[in-house]
Design a protein around this ligand. Sequence first.
Ligand code: NAP
Ligand code: F7E
Length: 334
Amino acid sequence: MPKALITGITGQDGSYLTEFLLAKGYEVHGIVRRSSSIARERIDHVRVDEHHPSARLFLHYGDLADSSSLGNVLAEVQPDEVYNLAAQSHVRVSFDNPEYTADVTGLGALRVLEAVRRVVPKSRFYQASSSEMFGGVQNEAQSESTPFHPRSPYAVAKVYAYWQTVNYREAYGMHASNGILFNHESPRRGESFVTRKVTLAAARIKMGLQDTLFLGNLDSRRDWGFAGDYVEAMWMMLQQEKADDFVIATGETHSIRELLDVAFGRLDLDWKAYVKIDPRYFRPSEVDFLLGDPSKARKAFGWTPKVTFKQLIEMMTDADLKLAERELRAKSRA
Ligand code: NAP
Ligand code: F7E
């Protein structure tokens, strides 16, 4: 049975990748942080007692800031594939916590690479690289050959991790690949990212639980896809004979205004009546335009996205409406 180790297993992508790999017959191991509250709700539905003979999902304490924990878990698990998804992943927050972001998102990837090289050098390695690395590029589709111009501490840290991954491939012959993923979302997206913030607010407004939505820049454009489609691309990359770097995107770009149209429109609401601008959500330097060209991945291993932008935002809005209905019921019982 193939074994995979996932850092960031409790995050949006970690949870979809876990489901995907379990369905493919893998034994899945995840690194989790020790935190004061147990935040594992995204993977609770696939967890069974680890002592049960049929168990195929195992969690280990570790941290990307702690190399010894990474080496110890790799030595114990001996994975065939390592997916490095852990990061301080919020761009706005990275301006407030730049050093921490550099440590976890940048150096953290180096720590995982170095532990893999020392302990399990034959393992295949996936680095969660990001379209934020393109940053300042304007009005043209971004591919693997587009130069990077990072515009946040987060993006700078991801560029560092990207090049470490390339260097470990070239210097040590490791099977190490970068997936340069454009924004991908789902009903499990963190509530402070803009898609989820919008779909949750639209649903709560519909149920009378909220009357205003404060946002920042409504003019930026993103290439938004569905996280469930994108984790399949991560796995496909590691099945290639030769490691390489691939852009994963839909090839379509939409503004925050279009996002608002679809989410509020789904609930027969006009967002202009509820949205207010709060400059606190502006970023010191913004990425105005992202549009990915995924043709290299399509040609190499046939990956294409299945869920469209409209289907994605409607799926998220419908899921958040259920949550808002539950919240209203709980309130009326109290
Ligand atoms: P996410 O939901 O924010 O999940 C981040 C994960 O990293 C969580 O499991 C978190 O654990 C873990 N983590 C944070 N700091 C850690 C540390 N010091 N040690 C160990 N684990 C730590 O992110 P996501 O959206 O799933 O994204 C997955 C990866 O892809 C990230 O690296 C992100 O930067 C990158 N990426 C995301 C997108 C996107 O649009 N979603 C696009 C391109 C690249 P806790 O649960 O304990 O907080
Ligand atoms: O912002 C604008 C904001 O925080 C998208 C991460 O997963 O994808 C994500 O980074 C846009 C920006 O995602 C609000 O200014 C307006 O232009 O949802 P976001 P992001 O910064 O693109 C990349 C690919 C990653 O790698 C990251 O890990 O929306 N915006 N008003 C807002 N954004 C937020 N969060 N909140 C607002 O109120």
